[in-house]
Design a protein around this ligand. Structure first.
Ligand SMILES: NC(=O)c1ccc[n+]([C@@H]2O[C@H](COP(=O)([O-])OP(=O)(O)OC[C@H]3O[C@@H](n4cnc5c(N)ncnc54)[C@H](OP(=O)(O)O)[C@@H]3O)[C@@H](O)[C@H]2O)c1
Ligand SMILES: [Zn+2]
Ligand SMILES: [Zn+2]
Length: 370
């Protein structure tokens, strides 16, 4: 079976022969791969800064953003059937029985750091013709979402991010005007940093949640990314045209920042314009580098005097995957062209080396196994 793998010892990235997986437990299913998204994490693994093969393997099969179709079921699988479409999650719990988050299916908050991640850390990923997974790590995808479901995993980052923001903002009871039991962003301003897949999907999530939403990213408009966000009623602002300090003049009080650029200088500069009682959600993972000067006095004064909260968030739990399915359906209903345009192109497996190693192009590139 063909798979895209990195071999860190030899510093190679190649299409290699990988044994076809078989069911090893009764709660597992075998899945035929349909789509696998490529993201910055895959590209970074290809520079060998991280990305560990499983014990006993020289190589790591890449891929953590996948959609597949079930072809075989273990005898104890309860809620899935052959032919169902599914999206797998990425992180698997650690084996430490004292790790309360992992013992409670919240391995995204693992407190030992000994979790494993498919396609990233000590466990093969999904960039291969088929894979086996336990039922509990799969989310059912309705057939009508098949063409966009590969975007579910990056969308879960925004789902978890906003859940975290609401948890923090429970401290402000007056903005918890709830609709159908859910908090709403109505009357609040959200600023999303970056217009890559994380930023665009984050902007869609914030807009759908009712926020008056702005995207602040680098390239000048019009460009394909600004066109997507503007088509859903989100305002696009280029950092080449508007300095950070002017953002409050355009946005008003910035109640929420959802950061998806991974550039620490810009991200901390925007923290300096976060509004009163605002919450700032960091998701970006900067490339390793030397110390970065920040205006610490000003930032600290604001954080205290403006009652601000700063939250980092990584990975996502089962609830975020379930929420992402609902939101993808919402996006597809309300903004079908915009959500489809996030997927720049589907490529055959043979293109993987260029997609992983050459300069990044497009928004979300996908390897299709069909
Ligand atoms: N926390 C998590 O669990 C998690 C999961 C996945 C990804 N991430 C992180 O999320 C971040 C975004 O991921 P992505 O895949 O969306 O990345 P991406 O495709 O590289 O997009 C980054 C966006 O940021 C913009 N940008 C870059 N430098 C900028 C600057 N100096 N000023 C203003 N805008 C700038 C880019 O603008 P242009 O369009 O002009 O290039 C682009 O739109 C990354 O750091 C990634 O590591 C985190
Ligand atoms: Zn990814
Ligand atoms: Zn753990």
């Amino acid at each position: 079976m063909k798979a895209v793998g990195v071999t860190p010892n030899q510093k190679t990235i190649s299409i290699l022969e990988h044994p076809a997986p078989e069911l090893e437990a009764d709660d597992q299913v075998r899945i035929r791969t349909i789509d696998v998204g490529i993201c910055g994490t895959d590209r970074e693994i290809c520079t060998f800064v991280y990305g560990d093969p499983p014990a006993g393997s020289e190589y790591l099969v890449l891929g953590h953003e996948a959609l597949g179709q079930i072809v075989e079921l273990g005898s104890e699988v309860e809620n899935l059937k052959v032919g169902d479409l599914v999206v797998p999650s990425v992180r698997r719990p650690c084996t430490d029985h004292h790790c309360v988050p992992c013992q409670n299916d919240l391995q995204d908050f693992c407190s030992t750091g000994s979790y494993i991640e498919r396609g990233i850390k000590e466990c093969h990923g999904f960039m291969t013709e088929s894979f086996v997974e336990r039922e509990r790590f799969l989310t059912y995808v309705p057939p009508e979402l098949r063409d966009v479901a590969v975007l579910m995993e990056p969308l879960t980052i925004a789902e978890k991010g906003l859940t975290q923001a609401w948890a923090v903002q429970k401290r402000l009871p007056w903005i918890r005007h709830e609709e159908n039991g859910k908090p709403t962003g109505k009357g609040l301003n959200a600023l999303v940093l970056g217009a890559g897949p994380i930023g665009i999907l984050g902007a869609m999530k914030m807009k759908a949640a009712g926020f008056n939403t702005y995207v602040y990213s680098r390239s000048k408009a019009p460009n394909p990314k600004s066109e997507i966000v503007e088509s859903i009623g989100v305002n696009y602002i280029s950092s080449l045209e508007v300095p950070v300090q002017e953002l409050p003049n355009i946005v008003g009080s910035i109640d929420l920042v959802y950061e998806g650029i991974g550039v620490s200088g810009v991200a901390f500069s925007v923290l300096s314009v976060l509004g009163l009682n605002g919450v700032y959600i960091y998701t970006g993972i900067p490339a390793p580098g030397g110390p970065m000067p920040i205006d610490a006095n000003n930032l600290m004064r604001n954080i205290v005097l403006k009652n601000q909260a700063i939250v980092g968030t990584v990975n996502a739990d089962e609830a975020s995957f379930k929420a992402a399915i609902k939101d993808l359906a919402y996006f597809k209903k309300h903004w079908p062209e915009a959500i489809e345009a996030v997927i720049s192109k589907r490529y055959a497996l043979d293109s993987c080396r260029e997609l992983l190693l050459d300069r990044a192009t497009g928004i979300k590139n996908v390897i299709s196994f069909e």
